[in-house]
Write a protein that binds this ligand. Structure first.
Ligand code: FA5
Length: 342
């Protein structure tokens, strides 16, 4: 009998000790199951009561009940205190100040092409150029004929076009603004015309059906290729703020004579070859030349008196080179993960 009572006291004392150490609700529950559960230590002890005399059973039973009641009360108290602590911690961490001003909408940012466009506009404005706009839905006359590309000229095939039912088209380049600008402002003239152009062509890492160009033109007396090269160099150093490797080669466009292609060494692969430069190491960026007399005439300027240069910068590709964007399709994807980087 004395042995049974000391076992009860030991179980009681050890449960109290474990309870003191328990720091989570799960640990307290484990102490409860171990001591008071249906298969717990005190339940095991009560099974041996069958072997006791009625007097002994009454004595041991009383002790067992006291131990149980004491443990139950202490376990409940510990649970309550832990729950309180958890609630206090949550209240502390989830506290918000309802009187604080709202953070407001997340600030947006300009599209990378817009950023490059605006920088170039500032550079050209500072050199006395006007910034002109032209319609995206153009007439066949301004997009082709006035630029010395008559209907039967093979050069029309260079730019596959989206035609509208009324005979107009989505402009394939910003060059129509050359003639529109001459008509409106007359020579002498220094202008740029940034804007969207559209082509019915296969989309790949460097070609989109909708992309931006920036047209540039200067018409005055005695304009030469040296002037053209000066302004193109100024343009590139304004954007890259470092030396970039370029190459100038002959290029054919019916609206310039002579015509050139200025390519930039691909800044995605540094000339090694990649999908953006079609493994060539070079990116076509800045076709240009001296304005063809027919274009001057179409714009109302006498080619005997006036001459000039023009260029058609691939603005979307320039932004790709500037920011190291390796796929043009990201530009119009509307993907916020892409756009938030600028
Ligand atoms: C033209 O569009 C001429 N109008 C440029 C010009 C203007 C020449 C004035 C002479 C004088 P081209 O088709 O090469 O040329 O296009 C010019 C630039 O636009 C290209 O170098 C390229 O950077 C960009 N570009 C052309 N097609 C696409 C396309 N599908 N996607 C993205 N960029 C393009």
């Amino acid at each position: 009998m004395a042995a049974l009572e000391s076992v009860i006291s030991e179980v009681h004392a050890s449960a109290l000790e474990q309870l003191a150490r328990a720091s989570t609700l799960e640990a307290v529950e484990a102490v409860r199951v171990d001591a008071l559960g249906r298969k717990g230590k005190l339940a095991e002890i009560s099974k041996s009561f069958a072997r006791l005399s009625p007097e002994e059973r009454a004595g041991a039973g009383k002790l067992l009940n006291c131990a149980k009641q004491d443990l139950e009360a202490k376990i409940d108290a510990k649970k309550a205190s832990l729950e309180h602590g958890a609630l206090d911690a949550r209240l502390d961490s989830e506290w918000i100040d309802l009187t604080a001003p709202a953070p407001g909408p997340r600030p947006g940012s300009l599209h990378p092409v817009t950023q490059v466009q605006r920088e170039l506009e500032q550079v050209f404005i500072s050199m006395g150029f006007a910034v002109l706009d032209g319609p995206e839905v153009e007439t066949e006359y301004y997009n082709f004929d006035a630029l010395n590309i008559p209907a039967d000229h093979p050069a029309r095939d260079m730019q596959d076009t989206f035609w509208l039912k009324d005979g107009r088209l989505l402009r394939t380049h910003t060059s129509p603004v050359q003639v529109r600008g001459l008509e409106t402002l007359g020579p002498p003239l220094k202008m740029i015309a940034p804007g969207r152009a559209f082509r019915n062509e296969e989309v790949d890492p460097s070609h989109e059906h909708t992309f931006y160009q920036l047209e540039g033109m200067m018409v005055d007396h005695d304009v030469s290729v040296a002037h053209l090269i000066y302004f193109m160099k100024t343009l590139l150093s304004a954007i890259f703020k470092r030396d970039v490797t370029v190459r100038l080669r002959p290029g054919f466009f019916p609206f310039v004579e002579p015509g050139f292609e200025l390519d930039i060494q691909c800044l995605i692969c540094n000339g090694a070859g990649c999908p953006v430069c079609k493994q060539s190491g070079w990116v076509e960026l800045l076709p240009c030349g001296l304005v063809h007399p027919s274009v001057l005439r179409a714009g109302g300027a006498d080619p005997e008196q006036w001459n000039g240069f023009a260029f058609g910068l691939g603005l979307t590709r320039l932004a790709m080179m500037r920011y190291g964007i390796d796929d043009i399709r990201l530009m119009m994807s509307g993907d916020l993960r892409f756009l938030r980087q600028f």
